[in-house]
Design a protein around this ligand. Structure first.
Ligand SMILES: [Zn+2]
Length: 411
């Protein structure tokens, strides 16, 4: 591969009426879904996205709670306990803002009141079939997202196992079937695990040490769910909750990165394109990664409606290429865009900016030797311009540090 591949982290804009048709199981809803998946796959591939998905169109309950329809042993809550807030720590600093903006936040927890079993084979096979047929004649790879055990726990209360570890492992055993079905179908599975960083905000009383223990147990359960699945079929997506809040008290990436890297996934998607986490490219410097691990930093994001300039997208990718090598970077989004941006037009424009930025970065990263040869021929008169250019492309300055890794084969 002689360029940066492009993907994204999840939701894409649904056609008008599709959600309602699926929710009410309207006549023809399934045919409409299949056609919509075919369209969105073609649209992604046509615009230059290399690793596409189904837009999460079938998951009308959302990226996490969709499995309520796929796991047995869950009943509606008695209404006594509400979800813990992923803005729990921020709410202490910003009580007025959180109360005003998120006053309706916090649905009731669902209740696990019996052994958890996976009942989603048919629905998952429908997702697989839709994506499979959408991929016919399309020159791209495909992935399907699936939720992590720790994130399921955000809305599911244990009323059966009465033991944190047993409960988590039971969720993992159920979800194993879904992960396996996706990878057996030949797709990449993207494990959505915002909990890994954002659980920190849910428990304001925890110390970093306590939280590392909490997160480690959940990663162990996730790896249990991933048993028997080759890591090169797995992409992990983490984010800090992605709500439009202050994020002032997000856990620093540095505090959990070693735990994140324990997940048996060959690719890691994480937030980088926002003002709270953009500085955290530094956590990757000098870090030893397993052979073949690729990083998928968000180079466009949902935190702002402003469309990223392709040049900043390219600069962000070059920053990572300089740290882990150009063959080990994939252009991605901070999180699923469609649910958090106010209009479909913005999602598509951001994806276009990402594709264009990846092209710019690829041109520069793969033409680097040529540029380096030309450089000494410059006359002193160009000094001012050279300095300006250097300042404008600051991250690219470390280009000479690019490790001479060989191109890795991606699944
Ligand atoms: Zn996310």
């Amino acid at each position: 591969m002689d360029r940066i591949l492009v993907s994204h982290a999840g939701t894409l804009p649904r056609p008008d009426g599709l959600k309602e048709a699926l929710q009410t199981n309207a006549s023809g809803a399934q045919e409409t879904l299949s056609a919509a998946v075919a369209n969105v796959v073609r649209r992604q591939a046509n615009m230059g996205i290399d690793i596409v998905n189904d837009g999460e169109y079938s998951k009308v309950r959302g990226f996490s709670e969709y499995v309520r329809d796929r796991i047995g042993g869950i009943s509606a809550t008695d209404g006594t306990r509400k979800r813990l807030s992923v803005m729990g720590r921020d709410a202490i600093d910003f009580p007025g803002f959180v109360a005003a903006k998120f006053k309706n936040w916090g649905t009731n927890l669902a209740l696990c009141d019996g052994p958890l079993t996976y009942l989603g084979q048919d629905i998952t096979q429908t997702d697989i079939r839709n994506l499979n047929s959408a991929m016919t004649g399309v020159d791209a790879q495909a992935y399907l997202p699936s939720i992590a055990p720790g994130t399921i726990e955000h809305w599911l209360q244990d009323g059966h196992y009465h033991n944190e570890e047993k409960f988590l492992y039971a969720i993992a055993d159920a979800m194993h079937h879904e992960y396996k079905a996706i990878t057996d179908a030949g797709f990449l599975v993207q494990i959505d695990d915002p909990d890994l960083p954002d659980g920190w905000q849910m428990f304001p009383e925890m110390s970093v040490k306590d939280y590392r223990r909490y997160a480690s147990l959940r990663v162990e359960a996730l790896n249990h769910a991933l048993r028997g699945i080759s890591p090169d079929k797995v992409r992990l997506h983490i984010c800090w909750g992605s709500n439009h809040g202050p994020h002032k008290n997000d856990i620093p990436f540095e505090a959990i990165i070693d735990i994140v890297l324990k997940v048996k996934a060959q690719s890691i998607s994480f937030e980088f394109a926002n003002v709270r986490h953009e500085h955290e490219w530094r956590v990757w410097q000098g870090r030893k990664l397993r052979d073949g691990v690729t990083l998928m930093p968000g180079v466009v994001g949902h935190a702002s409606d402003i469309i990223e300039h392709p040049r900043i997208v390219a600069d962000r990718l070059i920053t990572f290429a300089n740290i882990v090598g150009r063959d080990n970077v994939i252009a991605g989004t901070d999180c699923g865009l469609a649910t958090r941006l106010p209009h479909a037009e913005l999602t598509w424009a951001k994806l276009e900016a990402m594709v264009e930025g990846a092209r710019i970065a690829s041109r520069e990263l793969w033409a680097k030797k040529k540029v380096a040869k030309k450089a000494p021929a410059r006359k002193p008169a160009a000094k001012k311009a050279t300095v300006k250019k250097k300042a404008a492309t600051k991250p690219a300055k470390a280009a000479k540090k690019v490790p001479a890794k060989k191109a890795k084969k991606r699944s």
